[in-house]
Structure formats: structure tokens, C-alpha cells
Design a protein around this ligand. Structure first.
Ligand code: ADP
Ligand code: MG
Length: 259
């Protein structure tokens, strides 16, 4: 009879063969003190490419410090940070393949929206045509195309936050770092931007870390949540795991688990 099976359709095979997910970010035993004050004590975490992880914890628990360490805006005392298999904690911020969105937008006030988005790319010597194409694409998907010639001062807070997200997107980074991106917005804008962040993770292959002190925000957006308190990771897990099986009394109280 010979081979009676029909040839395997490669396109179908790629659907049914699960690709192993690539490890993206690895934090290994990261510690940090300011003077005599310990802020991070042996933080370790492994993230996959495409994963959305929320850093959740009360004010002062070291969430922003950890983000700034990953971005290279702050040095670590000990430990390592690896992104896509490459150690990055020794690299300059611009060489790390990460893009950060700050709580207070941090747009350049004297530049237009388009110039704000182009600035980092020009510094990275991305060709002008490529810069224009990336800005046009991000402007379409975020619906910020009408504001490209405006200065940040002519935009509302919510509009500025969308521009800040757009400025991160055009960098096409391996990792997005978002520090409380919703906290300065009113309730309606927060909902709208929350939807945009959910769409961001569909659009990009990158890993996303979002810092928040709002457990509802973390629960609705993240694949996994890292709960921080007292310089340390209290628990890492899916929203359901964190809620249904809190690792300790702090986590239970913080995420409002049933007693
Ligand atoms: P979170 O983002 O979770 O609110 P932070 O990372 O901003 O926490 O701060 C963690 C702790 O580190 C706080 O006690 C804060 O006062 C302290 N801290 C943050 N940045 C500095 C700094 N540049 N110098 C001294 N202390 C700092
Ligand atoms: Mg903070």
C-alpha cells in the first residue's frame, strides 16, 4: 500500500504544534538599599515573551524602584537582570531594548507629539522613513493621528498618556515597563486606557510589566501578578491563584480574598 496518509499540511501543523514560549525577562536575586534602608531584598522572577505581569503592592513597597532598575534608571546593589537571554543590568538604559511609560507621562513639553515619538528613534539612528512608518502605524492604532502636530500642553491628561504609550510602542521593545499608567486618569479615561492596554498585549509580542497598587486593575489585565510588600515578593501567580490561594495573610488582605 505504501504511504496512504495524506501529506501533512505545514500551515495546519504550525497551529497544532505549540511553540515553546520564549523566556523573556529573568530577575535573579535583585537587591537594593538606599543608604541604610533596604528597599528590595532578593527579588527573583522569570517572565515569558508575550506575558503581562502586574507588580502589585502598597505604596513604598519598591515597585517603582524595581521597574527603574530594569530600565537602567537606577542601579542595583546585587543580582542580575537578563532580557531575551542577554544580561542587561550592566548596559546603558538606551541599549536595553525596554520602553518605559511613566506615571506622569514625561513627554518633552517643547516638542510636538510626533517629535516626542521620533526622538528616541532618531537617537537610535533608525532611518527616517522607518520612523515615519512606525509613528503612522502607532498613531492609527491608538487614534492619536489628529494630535501629531500638537504640543503636550495642548492635550488632556488622558491624551498625553496615550501619546506616552505610543512613544513606547514605536520603539518596538522586547519589554514594556508601565508605572501606574492609569493612576492619574479619571474613571472614564481609566476604563478606556485599560482597554487600550489590553489591546497593547494583543498587538505586540513583547512582555509587559505594569506596576499598580490597585488589585482590581492587576486582576483584570495581568496573566500573572507579583505581590510585593516589605522589600520582598510575597507571591507570584495567576489572578485566580492569588485570589483563591493567597500565600499568606498579607496577600489575602491586600487582594481581598475571602477569609
Ligand atoms: P512604590 O513604587 O512601591 O511605591 P518605591 O520603589 O517608589 O515604592 O519606593 C520604595 C522605597 O524606597 C520607599 O520607602 C521610598 O521612600 C524609597 N526610595 C525610593 N526612591 C528613593 C531614592 N531615590 N532615595 C531614597 N529612597 C528612595
Ligand atoms: Mg511607585
Amino acid at each position: 500500500e505504501g504511504c496512504s496518509n495524506p501529506p501533512i499540511d505545514a500551515a495546519r501543523l504550525s497551529v497544532i504544534t505549540r511553540k515553546p514560549r520564549l523566556t523573556s525577562l529573568v530577575l535573579d536575586n535583585v537587591s537594593k538599599s538606599y543608604g541604610a534602608t533596604r528597599v528590595l531584598d532578593g527579588v527573583s522572577l522569570s517572565m515569558e515573551a508575550g506575558e503581562f505581569v502586574a507588580f502589585l503592592g502598597p505604596s513604598g513597597s519598591g515597585k517603582s524602584t524595581l521597574l527603574r532598575i530594569i530600565a537602567g534608571l537606577e542601579t542595583l546593589d546585587s543580582g542580575t537582570v537578563t532580557l531575551g537571554g542577554r544580561r542587561i543590568d550592566t548596559l546603558a538604559p538606551g541599549a536595553r531594548d525596554v520602553a518605559m511609560v511613566f506615571q506622569a507621562y514625561a513627554l518633552y513639553p517643547h516638542m510636538t507629539v510626533a517629535e516626542n515619538m521620533a526622538f528616541g528613534l532618531r537617537n537610535a539612528k533608525v532611518p527616517t522613513a522607518e520612523i515615519e512608518a512606525r509613528i503612522a502605524q502607532a498613531a492609527t492604532s491608538l487614534e492619536i493621528g489628529d494630535w501629531l502636530d500638537r504640543k503636550p500642553g495642548q492635550l488632556s491628561g488622558g491624551q498625553r498618556q496615550r501619546v506616552a504609550i505610543g512613544r513606547a510602542i514605536v520603539k518596538n521593545p522586547a519589554l514594556f515597563l508601565l508605572d501606574e499608567p492609569l493612576s492619574n486618569l479619571d474613571a472614564a479615561l481609566r476604563n478606556r486606557t485599560r482597554v487600550e492596554l489590553a489591546q497593547l498585549r494583543q498587538r505586540v509580542a513583547a512582555a509587559i510589566i505594569m506596576v499598580t497598587h490597585d488589585q482590581a486593575e492587576a486582576m483584570t489585565l495581568a496573566d500573572r501578578i507579583m505581590v510585593m510588600n516589605d522589600c520582598r515578593i510575597q507571591q507570584v501567580g495567576t489572578p485566580l491563584e492569588i485570589y483563591a490561594r493567597p500565600a499568606n495573610a498579607f496577600v489575602a488582605r491586600f487582594v481581598g480574598s475571602p477569609a
